[in-house]
Design a protein around this ligand. Structure first.
Ligand code: UD1
Length: 344
C-alpha cells in the first residue's frame, strides 16, 4: 500500500473518479466531503468499481476543528487533493460571499493544518477559467491571468495566489495547480458520473438529460461567435483521464520530483471542439437524435478556449487518451444507468 492521501470533495464528480484511480494505483484514500453536492452512496459505488472502500468522513472543510481531528485520526496523511468547493458560476454571482467564504476558507484551513500534521503537498483543482479569453490559442500556462468573470472564477485565481504566497512565506509544503478545461463523461462502469443538483448549468449534463427526455430541448447559447460554425469552442476532457492526471501529480510530488515548489499544469486534450460539433458527435456516438435550438449568447461565456497540454504531456508524462466518441457514450450510459436506478 502506498501513501495515505486526503481527498476533499471525494464524493463529487471529479473527486469520485480520482479516488478510484488513486486506489487503483495503490494509494490509501481518506475522503472528506460535506455532501452538499453529492451523496454518501457514491462511497458504495467507488467500492464497487475499485474493490476498495475508502475511509469517509462527512465534514465541511470550513470546520477547522473537525479537519484537525481527521488528520489526527488518520495519521500520516502525506498529501491532499483539494476538490471541495462551490462551483456554480451563476450562483456565485448571486451569492458571492458564500463562494468567497467557502472556497477560500476551506483552502486556508487545509494550508494551516498541513505543517502541523506533516502533510507534504497539496494538489489544487484550478480551472482554465483563470485565462478568461486568451489572446493566443492553444493556451499555455504562461498566458496572462485575466480579470475573473465571476466570483467563482475569482476564487480559483485567489486560491492559486494564496497557495503561492503561503509557499513563498516558507511553509514546508509543495503544491501542484491543475487547471482543468471542460471535464465531461463518466466512468466506463456507469457507476460514477456527474449528478447535477436541479437544472444542469453545464453543457453535457443538460444534453444527456434532454436526450433521455427529462428536458425538452437543449439551448445552444449563440451561433454568431467568431468560430467556424459560430458556436463556442471548448476543450472537453474525459473525466477518467482527468482523474489520472491527479495520480501522476501526486506521484511526482511525493517522489520529490517537482522542479519548483509550486507547479502548474493545463489538463486538457489540446483539441478545440465546438458546441455544435459536440452535439453532432453525441448523436453519432449514441444514435440518439437530440432536440436542440439556437438561442442568444449566455452572459459571461468565453468564445473559445483550448489547452496547450504539452507541459503536462512532457513533465507529468500524462496525456488525454479517451476519444470524444467514447467519452460521450460514457456520459450517455451514465444517464441511462441513472434512470435504471430510478435517480433521474
Ligand atoms: C463553466 C465555467 C467555468 C467552470 C466550468 C465547470 C463559465 C463562463 N465558465 O465552463 O468557469 O470551470 O463551467 O463547471 O460559466 N452551453 C450551451 N447550452 C447549455 C449549456 C452550455 O450551449 O445548456 C454552451 C456554453 O455556452 C459554452 C459551452 O456550452 O459555450 C460549455 O458550457 P459549460 O458546460 O457551462 O462550461 P463553461 O462555460 O465552458
Amino acid at each position: 500500500m502506498k501513501e495515505r492521501i486526503l481527498v476533499t470533495g471525494g464524493t463529487g464528480y471529479i473527486g469520485s473518479h480520482t479516488v478510484v484511480e488513486l486506489q487503483n494505483a495503490g494509494y490509501e484514500v481518506v475522503i472528506v466531503d460535506n455532501l452538499s453536492n453529492s451523496n454518501a452512496d457514491v462511497v458504495d459505488n467507488i467500492e464497487q468499481v475499485s474493490g476498495i472502500r475508502p475511509a469517509f468522513e462527512k465534514l465541511d472543510c470550513l470546520d477547522m476543528a473537525g479537519l484537525d481531528a481527521v488528520f489526527a485520526k488518520y495519521q500520516g496523511i502525506k498529501a491532499i487533493i483539494h476538490f471541495a468547493a462551490s462551483k456554480a458560476v451563476g450562483e456565485s454571482v448571486q451569492k458571492p460571499l458564500l463562494y468567497y467564504r467557502n472556497n477560500l476558507g476551506s483552502l486556508i484551513n487545509l494550508l494551516e493544518l498541513m505543517p502541523k500534521h506533516g502533510v507534504e503537498g497539496i494538489v489544487f483543482s484550478s480551472s482554465c477559467t483563470v485565462y478568461g479569453q486568451p489572446d493566443q490559442l492553444p493556451v499555455t500556462e504562461e498566458a496572462p491571468i485575466k480579470k475573473a468573470e465571476s466570483p467563482y472564477g475569482n476564487t480559483k485565481q485567489i486560491n492559486e495566489e494564496i497557495i503561492r504566497d503561503d509557499v513563498a512565506s516558507g511553509a514546508p509544503i509543495q503544491a501542484i495547480l491543475l487547471r482543468y478545461f471542460n471535464p465531461i463523461g463518466a466512468h466506463p462502469s456507469a457507476l460514477l458520473g456527474e449528478l447535477p443538483n436541479g437544472v444542469p448549468q453545464n453543457l453535457v449534463p443538460y444534453l444527456t438529460q434532454t436526450a433521455i427526455g427529462i428536458r425538452e430541448k437543449l439551448s445552444v447559447f449563440g451561433d454568431d461567435y467568431n468560430t467556424p460554425d459560430g458556436s463556442c469552442i471548448r476543450d472537453f476532457i474525459n473525466v477518467v483521464d482527468l482523474a489520472k492526471a491527479h495520480v501522476v501529480a501526486i506521484g511526482r510530488m511525493l517522489e520529490g520530483k517537482q522542479a519548483e515548489k509550486v507547479e502548474v499544469f493545463n489538463i486538457g486534450t489540446g483539441r478545440g471542439v465546438s458546441v455544435l460539433e459536440l452535439i453532432h458527435g453525441f448523436e453519432k456516438a449514441t444514435g440518439v437524435k437530440l432536440n436542440y435550438q439556437i438561442v442568444g449568447r449566455r452572459a459571461g461565456d468565453i468564445e473559445q478556449v483550448w489547452a496547450n497540454p504539452e507541459r503536462a504531456n512532457k513533465v507529468l508524462g500524462w496525456k488525454a487518451e479517451t476519444s470524444l466518441e467514447d467519452t460521450l457514450r460514457s456520459a450517455w450510459n451514465w444517464q441511462l444507468k441513472l434512470r435504471e436506478r430510478g435517480i433521474q
